[in-house]
Design a protein around this ligand. Structure first.
Ligand code: AMP
Ligand code: TRP
Length: 329
């Protein structure tokens, strides 16, 4: 039996290369070794305000990007979170075992609630990591392949699994994060902060659906420095970030890359990086567009995926309810 990997992306905003390198790029690599379940986590998206029309479109777009990127739907499950009600059942149960203190310490909550202000920060935003723990724990997940910013949330999932197991007997697998050290992509216009869907300027990120011209322009504008030396130096954050992307795409070592660009200027390096990015992103964009043209087929894939997910999740919920003494059976 293969071990299980579970992950998800929110269908809010445009998927960018930070999301891609933090998640799908690695999912493709692990899909042969694990039994994978990839969700479009739409319930997580509504923790902040969404336009219903945009949300619906993004659900299909994100699912199409998974498939267009090369996630094999025959071997893995792709589904939409809100189609599997068991996530919400476990969510409530785990909420009753989560503490105000531990949820208050979550960096993502602190950041987002600071930005939104007290009166706009929903209870959902606060409880968001508990829903994520429910996603993970329902499927006896062994590994969670995500970007570095989700580590704290996975630790909570581990704590909740251990807490439940201690109090009610062995029920949940305790999941491990699967985080690549270099999968931390910073904003192109401001390499001090991570590349983000919510950054104001479009020059912060490259979206998966960007045209080739947009990719060219955004890399041209990406912030570097005046040193003009193509070297991996963590202190020179702009060029370091671009080199990180180059390393991920080329599969070359840092030494090889530095050797390759020795004596060359940033313009030369940026041109090479742009070519690599376009050759990775443009087929995904074109595949996504063609998948989205056939709405019935993608609906069918997501319905099949939801059915499979529901079967697994339902068994776990029955066990959990029994352990807790809930219900009539
Ligand atoms: P989200 O869009 O918040 O659902 O994030 C989807 C995935 O992208 C998660 O695994 C995140 O950890 C990852 N991610 C988001 N932003 C970045 C970034 N700038 N660099 C690397 N990974 C990221
Ligand atoms: N919280 C994750 C993010 O913002 C998305 C997510 C929701 C997720 N549920 C998950 C990731 C379960 C991995 C496993 O990126």
């Amino acid at each position: 039996m293969k071990q299980i990997a579970f992950s998800g992306i929110q269908p809010s905003g445009n998927l960018h290369i930070g999301n891609y390198f933090g998640s799908i790029f690695n999912w493709k690599k692990i899909q042969n070794n694990y039994s994978c379940i990839f969700s479009v986590v739409d319930l997580h998206s509504i923790t902040v305000k969404q336009s219903p029309i945009d949300l619906k479109n993004k659900i299909f777009e994100v699912a199409a990007i998974y498939i267009a990127s090369g996630i094999d739907i025959k071997r893995n499950i792709i589904f939409v979170q809100s189609e599997v009600k068991q996530h919400l059942e476990l969510f409530w149960i785990l909420n009753c075992m989560s503490y105000f203190g531990e949820l208050s310490r979550m960096t993502q909550f602190k950041d987002k609630s600071k930005r939104l202000g007290k009166d706009q920060s929903s209870a959902g935003l606060f409880n968001y990591p508990v829903l994520m723990a429910s996603d993970i724990l329902l499927y006896d997940t062994n590994f969670v392949p995500v970007g570095y910013d989700q580590k704290q949330h996975i630790e909570l999932a581990r704590d909740l699994a251990e807490r439940f197991n201690k109090n009610f007997g062995e029920t949940f697998n305790v999941p491990e994060p699967l985080i690549k050290d270099d999968a931390k992509i910073m904003g192109l216009d401001n390499p001090e902060n991570k590349m983000s869907k919510s950054a104001k300027s479009k020059y912060n990120r490259i979206d998966i659906m960007d045209s080739n011209d947009e990719i060219v322009n955004k890399i041209k504008k990406a912030v570097t420095d005046n040193v003009q030396d193509v070297k991996f130096d963590k202190k020179r954050k702009g060029i370091y970030n671009l080199l990180t992307i180059y390393k991920l795409l080329s599969g070359m070592s840092e030494n090889e890359i530095e050797h390759n660009f020795s004596g060359k200027n940033y313009g030369y390096f940026k041109k090479d990086l742009t070519d690599l990015l376009i050759s990775e992103i443009s087929p995904i964009r074109e595949n996504t567009l063609s998948i989205l043209k056939n709405k019935n087929s993608i609906e069918k894939i997501l319905e099949d995926g939801s059915k499979k997910a529901r079967n697994i999740a339902n068994k776990k919920i029955i066990t959990v309810k029994n352990k807790l003494g809930l219900g009539i059976n």
